[in-house]
Ligand binder design. Structure first.
Ligand SMILES: [Zn+2]
Length: 388
């Protein structure tokens, strides 16, 4: 039997794998799988066929039946490129009551606590099962979790309450906005700018679509928010263009322009409504382009889709976390997480994890020892509850 590691030791092992989203996470997955196997826990992995260097891992302890509490975290971290770190980002360093290291806060600290809880659960007489779910590609649009959730249901009895341990200072976060985005590629027709009326300038065609977003934002801001929307900051759906490129010279009508149009939708509003409205705007501009040159066009490809997390006041996950933390206040966040994806797949889901989101993605990312220990206490109470 493998030695039982403390949560801090497990965190140290996980942080040492530089699992930046673009790179492999297999060494980390191998380590967790081996560690769990050493304690008699069989883990299952899901390997992305399009990216065989990445895998999700999930496992189950306790009675082989439905209704598990699922502890969900992601294994990937954001890059450290260009960030001024005072110590090696991939080594956990304890200093001034804080554990420094990439992912300590977002979210290998929680992953370590979840792995610890699963192994402890293995040695306890659990009356209700506990599951671990570790995904990848969360930081690049939450694309790793949906296929993992499907695979989990193929291999394990379905869990019912999911705790997604994104840093929330151990508060119960019960809602977040949904998000989706389109890579928008405008293909114009190149001519010398002196005869621009015979060409199609892709940049100038993109401009009204970007301005379309400005208009939607102004309208949304001016409207009275629904009760659900009013919980969020800002309490409206936002349209955002964060990247643009195009053109080759000041005197050539641009043949190409490409930009990223993203939406963050308040729960209660349908994604389709925004998608359809954007598509309509795109088709209108495209028709004007094609009136000049029939081969001009606009291609759209969806880059990510993260469903909103809709608060479930009587939901099992929310009630469980409230009972374990004593936190009865309402908290929502404006960023997307895998909780919305679990909820969309029929689970009750809530966000609750140690650490402060303000430290996520930063140079010298840290989690305080106090928050980490609060997470440890939470897991211990969870195990007690599952043993009752
Ligand atoms: Zn995260």
């Amino acid at each position: 039997m493998t030695e039982r590691l403390s949560p801090v030791e497990i965190m140290g092992a996980l942080v040492a794998f530089p699992t930046v989203s673009r790179d492999t996470n297999l060494p980390l997955v191998d380590w967790v799988e081996t560690y769990l196997a050493g304690h008699g826990i069989t883990a299952h992995r899901w390997v992305d066929p399009e990216q065989p260097h990445k895998a999700a891992l999930f496992a189950h302890v306790g009675p082989w039946e439905e209704g598990a509490v699922v502890l969900s975290g992601h294994t990937d971290v954001v890059p450290v490129d260009g960030q001024p770190w005072d110590s090696d980002p991939f080594t956990v360093v304890e200093r001034d009551g804080k554990y420094f290291g990439r992912g300590t806060c977002d979210m290998k600290g929680f992953d370590a606590l979840a792995i610890w809880a699963l192994v402890e659960g293995r040695y306890r007489d659990l009356k209700r099962p506990l599951q671990l779910a570790l995904s990848f590609d969360e930081e690049v649009g939450c694309t790793g979790a949906p296929p993992m959730i499907v695979e989990m249901q193929n291999h394990l009895p379905k869990g019912s309450a999911v705790i997604v341990g994104e840093p929330s200072m151990m508060q119960a976060v019960t809602g977040h906005k949904g998000g989706f985005g389109y890579d928008t590629r405008v293909v114009g027709f190149e001519v010398h700018s002196s005869i621009m009326h015979t060409g199609v300038n892709a940049i100038m065609a993109a401009a009204p679509l970007i301005d379309w977003a400005n208009h939607r934002n102004a309208e949304n801001r001016a409207a009275t928010p629904s009760a659900l929307a009013a919980m969020f900051d800002p309490p409206w759906t936002t349209c955002h263009v964060g990247m643009i490129s195009g053109g080759t010279a000041h005197n050539i009508t641009a043949k190409d322009c490409r930009f990223a149009m993203d939406f963050r939708i308040v729960p209660g509003e349908a994604k389709e409504r925004w998608r359809d409205a954007y598509f309509e705007a795109v088709r209108e501009v495209e028709a004007q382009m094609q009136a000049v040159h029939p081969e001009a066009r606009i291609d759209l490809s969806e880059q990510f889709h993260v469903p909103p997390l809709v608060p479930e006041p009587e939901g099992e996950a929310e009630m469980l976390v409230r009972a374990l933390t004593g936190d009865n206040a309402g908290h929502v966040v404006s960023y997307g997480t895998e909780a919305g994806q679990f909820q969309e797949a029929g689970y009750s889901a809530v966000i609750c994890g140690p650490g402060d989101i303000a430290q996520a993605h930063q140079p010298n990312e840290f989690i305080t020892v106090a928050q980490f220990e609060a997470g440890h206490g939470f897991m211990a109470r969870l195990l007690d509850r599952l043993s009752e």
